[in-house]
Design a binder for this molecule. Structure first.
Ligand code: G16
Length: 542
């Protein structure tokens, strides 16, 4: 029996960089989840009788929202819902399931790398039939609907047992509970040389994978330990927990510090990696060698042909604007297209669908390819392993040889978290106002060549996205970029991205912060960060 419940709109349901992210108590307000889910359905056309994929990263509130989505999907006329067992699906696995089973779309429950728990973060994101995050025209339509919604629909009935693989019915709709790992692991076997990686592990190659008590644990255990023969214990923190064990499941140098310390210490294994809450980000560290996400993208692209799935070469490489230009040097050498998009994986979807790009990546610890339409943490780790299995060189050697061949893009991101939103917005407004006066300005021995607010015109559908980050580019190509994060749930986070290109191998051994010192000072001078925010230093440096 379909039940219609009256409701009134919430004013704050605008999806951000990656869906709607709020604190759990905020989501728990009566009608809040239902309004947003109904608004998604109302903004879509033509799904009657079709399949919807549902899953999340297992964080607190995941299971309850899965049940809400199932009931509402039944009431709204979907023919089938596919759910990962226990409501789990990593974000890249969900993307794969949507594609493989030709679903109409999917709802992914995650707040990514943000902490989980009764007072922590939760998120809801809609992905379209290509498996990728909904593009802006869809998220805009969803937002418009949230402002006008008057009712939502559901069916009443008992919860579905999410722990049992198999099919059941909710109203007229079929609910299929599937193994969350199987389809994904099978896809990875088609892309990478599992025999070569098995031989690498058999030769004594050692690795630590930190799943950060998040969703990647079961995937990493199955693929690395069971299928590739890495010793038991290679994957740590492998049980997904609703609160991620009280940690931030963010694979960066702050929140994955234990892994970093291990990799820099005397007992380091050959290779270290970590993934985030929903499994789409990755951190890669060799023994004594941290690899920045921007460098990782470039190195993966330059060596992708060593993996069977990419042996035919790449069609193009895409990166988000704040990501370093390291990958551009690779694209140039390979003679393939190179695309610069705004921050947000959703901007890669058209390029991948149109066959313009094969590999994409972002400075925010994300890389992926056209195998799905999300970034994919374990994919990046497996491509690294495939490369190491073929080259039989250390990560450090691979990185250093890459810099020698292509030059080194010194790169760092400085985050100022939990700022007062008014202060942060005023800083960005002032920065935008100052842009016309910046060209030719002289600061710390550097001259500004140009300064703008990045706008992107999608080469496939022509859509224009404005105000995507302020860039100040100095003569010689060094640059600083400023933007506000679109994924936080409290106050505002200012991100400052700093980059300097160094072609001379004799100067590749500098400490990154030291190599960027003048640029860091210039960034503060340009934006008045310390004066406006009262912060003497960033909260997180990656
Ligand atoms: C999301 C997006 C990424 C983006 C990142 C950071 O990642 O999918 O494309 O780079 O947020 O965004 P921001 O700088 O606006 O915080 P995730 O892993 O949080 O879904």
């Amino acid at each position: 029996m379909i039940r219609t419940a009256a409701t009134t709109p919430f004013a704050d349901q605008k999806p951000g960089t990656s869906g709607l992210r709020k604190k759990v108590p905020h989501f728990r307000q009566p009608n809040y989840v239902e309004n947003f889910i109904q608004s998604i359905f109302d903004a879509l056309d033509g799904f009657a009788g079709q399949t919807l994929v549902v899953g999340g990263d297992g964080r607190y509130f995941n299971a309850e929202v899965v049940q809400i989505v199932i009931r509402m999907a039944a009431a709204n006329g979907f023919g089938r819902v596919l759910v990962g067992r226990d409501g789990l699906l990593s974000t890249p696995a969900a993307s794969n399931v949507i594609r493989k089973y030709k679903a109409f779309g999917g709802i992914i429950l995650s707040a990514s790398h943000n902490p989980g728990g009764p007072t922590e973060d939760f998120g809801i994101k809609y992905n379209i039939g290509n498996g990728g995050p909904a593009p802006e025209k869809v998220t805009d339509a969803i937002f418009e609907r949230t402002k006008a919604i008057v009712a939502w629909k559901t069916v009443d009935g008992p919860d579905v047992d999410l722990s049992r693989i198999g099919e059941t019915k909710v109203g007229q709709m079929t609910v299929g509970i599937i193994d969350p790992v199987d389809d994904y692991a099978a896809l990875m076997e088609t892309l990478f040389d599992f025999d070569a990686i098995r031989a690498l592990f058999a030769s004594g190659f050692s690795m630590r994978f930190d799943a950060m008590s998040a969703v990647t644990g079961p995937y990493a255990e199955e693929i690395l330990e069971r299928r590739l023969g890495a010793p038991a214990g290679t994957v740590i923190n492998k049980v997904p927990l609703p609160d991620f064990g009280g940690h931030h499941p963010d694979p960066n140098l702050v929140h994955a510090k234990d892994l970093y310390d291990l990799m820099m210490g005397p007992d380091a294994p050959d290779f270290g990696a970590a993934s985030d809450g929903d499994g789409d980000r990755n951190l890669v560290i060799g023994r004594g060698q941290f690899v920045t996400p921007s460098d990782s993208l470039a190195i993966l692209a330059a060596n992708a042909n060593l993996a069977p799935g990419y042996a035919g070469g790449l069609k193009g490489i895409a990166r988000s604007m704040p990501t370093s230009a390291a990958a551009d040097h690779v694209a140039k050498k390979l003679g393939i297209g190179c695309y610069e998009t705004p921050t947000g994986w959703k901007f890669f979807g058209n390029l991948l669908d149109a066959g313009l790009a094969t590999i994409c990546g972002e400075e925010s610890a994300g890389s992926g390819s056209d195998h799905v339409r999300e970034k994919d943490g374990l994919w990046a780790v497996l491509l690294w392993l495939n490369i190491l299995a073929v080259r039989r060189e250390s990560v450090k050697t691979v990185v250093e040889k890459h810099w020698t061949e292509f030059g080194r893009n010194y790169y760092s991101r400085h985050d100022y978290e939990g700022l007062d939103a008014t202060v942060a917005n005023a800083l960005m407004d002032e920065l935008r106002n100052s842009l016309p006066a910046l060209p030719d300005a002289h600061m710390n021995d550097l001259f500004v060549a140009r300064a703008d607010d990045f706008a992107y015109s999608d080469p496939v559908d022509g859509s224009l996205s404005k105000r995507q980050g302020v860039r100040v580019i100095f003569r010689g190509g060094s640059r600083v970029v400023f933007r506000l994060s679109g994924t936080g749930t409290e106050g505002a986070t200012l991100r400052v991205y700093i980059e300097r290109y160094e072609p001379d191998p004799a100067r590749h051994g500098l400490d990154t912060q030291e190599a960027l010192r003048e640029l860091i000072a210039n960034a503060d001078m340009i934006a008045g960060i310390a004066a406006r925010t009262g912060r003497a230093a960033p909260d997180v440096i990656t």
